[in-house]
Design a protein around this ligand. Structure first.
Ligand code: OXD
Ligand code: MN
Length: 590
């Protein structure tokens, strides 16, 4: 491999240098490019991506620094069926993950990847997860033959020389190997080897499958590390809510994919909340550790947002619309004739001549969607007008409330407060949500998605609940736990709650509960706001709406509790008795 150019900075870490050589010997790229993360490097990569038609430049005046990428139409979402946890024993992965034998899987992946980078460049992408110099932070290196992935990693992470410096000569790092192969769904595998701190993903360029920092490292591998090291890696946004008096309360919230985490993380308070400000720390992933003051502190390990485009508009997320005006890579949205982007729910009319996400002529009202339902934007967090001044703070932010949420048309109230940490863990463990387009498979069916981590927990789910309970015992000043459901519908199918910015009203009740200044009523499933406690000023809905949105219907809950029971049984013996006891307590309370 003497012929492969290598920058000396990377070679300082012998195990990194050796691994890069080993992978290059297997995949045989024509060139190896060590990314330094500089602006000039990004400019060069963008020019190459334009020349090879991986990206289309958008109009410079309408969307300066913005690009459109069209993926292979067979490669538009996470493929959970092709995602594996390859622990030495099957039990290590637990019943909710696909498992395959590590030795056999390495062998198969080696066979498939052999010579797969001939004629291509292999990019060495070093990155930090977490702010530089933080006790939370970990180093990863992704080797990829995709320029789209390399450019996206430059947005989503703190990428380049700073990561190599943090790694130094001796440090350990996550090894992520990504080979596009021929993007054939029959040869698509996303494999995790937690015992080796290694990920190997082949056959897909889709964000959640191929940006290995994100779901693969920051959640699946990190959740495994977190259990061993005594912290938490969660599928949570982090948001700071600043009162007119200048006091900021930080909240972390777990919602399944495409259920509005990005919108909540950058919410614009309605006029009734004059003087309030909302600050985004993160929109998808939180790493949480106990701080010296006994509270739970959190950082966002990522540096950018990979958000869902459809439904984003000036009403649902005005901050996102401003953030997407520049320096953004759009994937699988529609392209207008004047070089702009368009998607369903953007709330403007598509101009004549708009082409769909596959570049085909498209006319409104003909059935097909112009943008893919899981089309995305990739944008640096520094674009966000609501970015928290603490988003890059090595200390993180102190969390006062954890919120779980799902998309449920019935049964689950607008908001419930858990009686205590243990009850909160049960609420998270049994939560369900209707499936969305973020993963392949049927959309709109209720599936249990504990803590929104079903597709992302890198080990046995029952043990994961045990880890939550163990953390609760160790946190001297734990956050309060809540569950929300913005999606409950009335008998006529209309939403009972207006959602989006108005969710501030529910957050306000949550903050006041944290500060012991709001009233709640006890129900069998938890504490719900007492009548009059959710502020409704300047809103076109009545107390009766809130009552209908928070009502606990015994018949619905009997079905719900059976569903929860069945799920916990399916998870097997590792589910802690304490979680099962919480479920029995709810049954008895009805
Ligand atoms: C995501 C997801 O992309 O959860 O964040 O699928
Ligand atoms: Mn997510």
């Amino acid at each position: 491999m003497a012929s492969l150019p290598r920058k000396t900075t990377g070679a300082q870490n012998q195990s990194l240098a050796q691994w890069v050589d080993e992978v290059a010997r297997l995949t045989r790229p024509d060139r190896v490019h060590w990314c330094d993360g500089s602006e000039s490097e990004r400019e060069r990569l963008l020019s190459e991506a334009l020349a090879s038609k991986v990206l289309v430049a958008l109009d410079r005046n309408r969307r300066p620094g913005c690009y459109l990428h069209r993926s292979n139409p067979n490669d538009v979402a996470r493929t959970e069926d092709a995602t594996f946890i390859c622990t030495p024993r099957k039990e290590g992965a637990g019943p909710t993950n696909n498992w395959s034998d590590p030795a056999q899987t390495y062998e198969k992946l080696s066979e498939w990847s052999e010579g797969s980078m001939v004629g291509r460049t292999m990019y060495v992408v070093p990155y930090l997860l977490g702010p530089a110099g933080s006790r939370f932070t970990k180093v990863g290196v992704e080797l990829t033959d995709s320029i789209y992935v390399t450019l996206s990693m430059g947005v989503m992470t703190r990428m380049g020389s700073q990561a190599l410096e943090a790694l130094g000569a001796m440090g350990d790092f996550n090894r992520g190997l990504h080979c596009t192969l021929d993007c054939d769904p029959g040869r698509r595998l996303i494999c995790h080897f937690p015992q080796d701190n290694t990920i190997w993903s082949v056959g897909s360029n889709y964000g959640g499958n191929a940006l290995l920092s994100k779901k693969c490292f920051a959640l699946r591998i990190a959740s495994h590390m977190a259990r061993e090291e005594g912290w938490m890696a969660e599928h949570m946004l982090i948001v700071g809510l600043q009162s007119p008096q200048g006091e900021t309360t930080y909240v972390a919230a777990a919602f399944p994919s495409a259920c509005g985490k990005t919108n909540l993380a950058m919410l614009t308070p309605p006029p009734a909340f004059k003087g309030w400000r909302v600050f985004t720390v993160g929109d998808d992933i939180a790493w949480l550790r106990i701080g010296p003051d006994g509270r739970l502190w959190a950082v966002n390990p990522e540096f950018g947002y990979f958000g869902v485009a459809p439904g984003t508009n000036a009403h649902s997320n005005p901050n996102a619309m401003r953030m997407l005006e520049h320096n953004t890579i759009f994937t699988n949205v529609a392209l207008t004739p004047d070089g702009d982007v368009w998607w369903e729910g953007i709330n403007t009319d598509p101009p004549q001549g708009t082409v769909d996400w596959q570049g085909r002529p498209w006319r409104a009202g003909q059935g097909d969607k112009a943008a893919h339902p899981n089309s995305r934007f990739t944008t640096p967090m520094t674009n966000n007008p609501a970015l928290s001044p603490h988003a890059d703070d090595p200390k993180g932010v102190p969390i006062s409330a954890i919120i779980f949420g799902g998309r449920r048309a019935s049964t689950v109230p607008l908001v419930i407060e858990a009686f205590d940490w243990s009850h909160g863990v049960y609420l998270g463990a049994t939560m369900g949500s209707e499936t969305t387009a973020a993963a392949t498979g049927k959309v709109g069916v209720v599936r249990r998605d504990p803590m929104a981590m079903l597709p992302f927990c890198g080990y046995d789910m029952g043990q994961y609940f045990g880890h939550w309970l163990a953390m609760g015992r160790k946190i001297p000043r734990p956050p309060k736990i809540f569950m929300v459901n913005w999606f409950r519908k009335d008998a006529d199918g209309s939403f009972l709650w207006p959602g989006f910015g108005e969710n501030m009203r529910v957050l306000d009740w949550i903050i006041r509960r944290v500060n012991d200044s709001a009233k709640a009523d006890v129900t069998p499933v938890g504490l719900v706001p007492r009548a009059g406690e959710v502020m409704l000023d300047h809103l076109d809905i009545t107390e009766d709406h809130v009552r209908r949105a928070t009502v606990i219907d015994r018949t619905e809950w009997e079905v719900e509790l059976d569903g929860q029971q069945e799920f916990l049984t399916r998870l097997g013996d590792t589910v802690p008795a304490e979680v099962k006891e919480q479920l029995s307590r709810v049954r008895r309370a009805f």
